[in-house]
Structure formats: C-alpha cells, structure tokens
Write a protein that binds this ligand. Sequence first.
Ligand code: SAH
Ligand code: SF4
Length: 360
Amino acid sequence: MEKMDSRSFLEEEFGEICLENNIRKFRSSQIFKWINQKGAHNWDEMRNIGKEDKETLSRVLFIHPLEIVREQRSQDGTRKFLFRLADGEKIETVLMDYDPLNSRDRHTICVSTQVGCPVGCSFCATGMDGFRRNLTAGEISGQVLDVMRRVQEEDPEFKVTNIVFMGMGEPFLNYDGVMKSIQILNSENGQNIGMRRMTISTSGVAPKIIQLAHDNPQVGLAVSLHSSSDEVRDSLVPMNRKYPLAVLMEACRKYTHMTNRRITFEVALSNQNASRKEAEQLVSLLKGMTVHVNLIPVNPVKGSTVKRPAKENTMMFKRVLEAGKIPVSIREEKGSDIDAACGQLRQRLECEGYESVNQS
Ligand code: SAH
Ligand code: SF4
C-alpha cells in the first residue's frame, strides 16, 4: 500500500487511521498536534507516543517536510522561501510582518496553492511559466509549518497570525485542496488560525466565489480585478474570457449578500490600466458595493511588456477613487528587493540554472 501524507489529514481522520491500525483513539489528537501544531519533521520528535505505535504509523504515513532551497530576506523584514516538494517541483512562500490587505502589524504567510498557474496573466511570473500541478492540502499547510519551524529557530515565541492564499497558483482551481488546508490550519490542535484571518485571492473563478460564501463564509475574499473593462481585462487576466465582468460582479454581489463581508479588489497598476478613464470606470463598477480597493504598482517581470506606471498616475488613480467614495489604499512596496512578486524568485533561479543550496 502506498504511504499517505501525514500533513493532509484532519484530526478525525487520524482517529480513523488509529482505529484501523489498532492504536488507541486518544493518540489521534497527540499525533495531530505533533504534525500540525509543532510541525514535527519525523517520528522521533513525538516523545509522548510509544515506539510501537510510531512504527505502525510510519508504515502507513510519511512525514515529508518541505526542503528550503533558498531563503531571502528583505530590508523591510519580508522573508521569502523557495521550497522543494517531494517530487522535486518548486514553490514560493512569503512571510510578511504585516497584512498586505490592511497594512497592520501581523505575521502573515502568503502560501502557494499550485505549482505554476494555468491562468496566465500577462504581468505575472508564475503564469508565464505554465502549470504543473495542484498542491495537496498538506503541501499548502506545510508551507506554514515549515516557515514557522524555520523562524522559531531564532524566535521560539514566533506565531503565525494570518494567511493569505496569494502565492503561486489560482486557489479556486484547487478548491478542495485549499479548503482542506484551511480546515487543517484552523484546527484548535493545529495552528488554530481563525477563519477570519485567512484570505483567498482569486483571478475571478465566479462559481467558486459563490461556493466559498456557501461553504465557508468566514474566510476573506480578494478579487484580482485589474480592469473594469472586458477588453483590457481579457488581455491582462485570461480568466475574464471564461467569466467576464458581468458574471464576476454578479458573483461578488451574491457573495456580499450571503456573507455580509467586504471584498477587497486588487488592481495591479501598469502602463496598461493606470488611466483616468479606467479609474472612473472602476468607480461606476463598484458604486454601492461594500468594498476596499488595493492598488499595487505592478512589479515588472522579465518577459512581460507590462510596465510600472509613473507615480503621478498611481496617485491620480487613487484620487479618482477617493472622489467616488470608494475606500482605497496603495499597497506599500515591500520585499521588492527580493523579487517578492509572485513567481519571480523561482523564475530568476531557473534562469540562473539554480540548484539546491541553503542560503539566508
Ligand atoms: N491567482 C490568484 C492569487 C495569486 S496572485 C490571483 O490572481 O488573485 C496574487 C496577486 O498578485 C494577484 O492580485 C496578482 O494579480 C498579483 N500579481 C501577480 N504578479 C504581479 C506583479 N508582477 N506585480 C504586481 N502584482 C502581481
Ligand atoms: Fe495565476 Fe494569479 Fe498569476 Fe494570474 S496573477 S497567472 S491567476 S497566479
């Protein structure tokens, strides 16, 4: 029988595994804690579990910590990790000392949900490199565990407070994996991170926005809008050809109606969209909705024609939204000295033919 990933199970599922393997049921919460609270890297760490039980478990389950291929630190404290998965694929995870959606002090981890991304936005390094596969629930929650373990080597009190699903990949094209990772991270005997402290960012998979409102109304939603005209959005975010603005906005209104929650709309500003006309269209599109707009001056990516706009254009865009009474902020540029935009680190290392070296 093929072994299963110990990080991909909920506590009650450990209960079933214990039952099937003649291990007493109370062990399931102890094991779950070792795996998902302490982030154990092997069975030997589990001091309160008998040798025999551990041997039995290790015949059906594996523990595979993610391997840190490279770590970079920004001057502003942002840390970026390049992880290698069991099959050799690489993903990125970012730790920020703030919440990118409301710039308060936090310990926020930005996790990847796929290896690559099939959506292919024109300004995104991840999209440019194509799609490999979905991450498993354990590979998603594992990013949080392994970043935590690494930081705790320096600061044993370190705790993760917030999660944003804004790394590589489109979370709603890996809906089940993401939802399960949320349950694992939310578990009281795991990281115990409140649902309200987790936010999913999507390029606009409309049906899944409604499904999220139905399945888990507590989790936050950010929508990568980037433009309020179908023509421009089609070229920036190809997902728009499947779910055009009318369909997407209808799903957003339903989401707000069902959850009573404010949606964050992200607009990566570039030479393609930082115009007065776009800003005015955005005001009309969002009028009357409970929203917040996050403006992100685009991080230029190799191989893309999308360029960062002039600072005056970003400021003008903000003023037009403010005049239209739309709550807006400009995301402060953090971690730009370490290629913190999604997919950039992996892209650069692959260009350099980078292999495995641990570096901090
Ligand atoms: N696939 C999801 C989540 C991951 S991308 C989504 O698209 O929402 C997370 C955010 O980073 C998105 O808002 C995306 O548009 C933005 N992003 C990607 N590449 C960027 C770049 N080069 N500069 C600025 N923002 C970028
Ligand atoms: Fe995928 Fe998001 Fe990048 Fe678009 S911005 S290619 S949806 S990861």
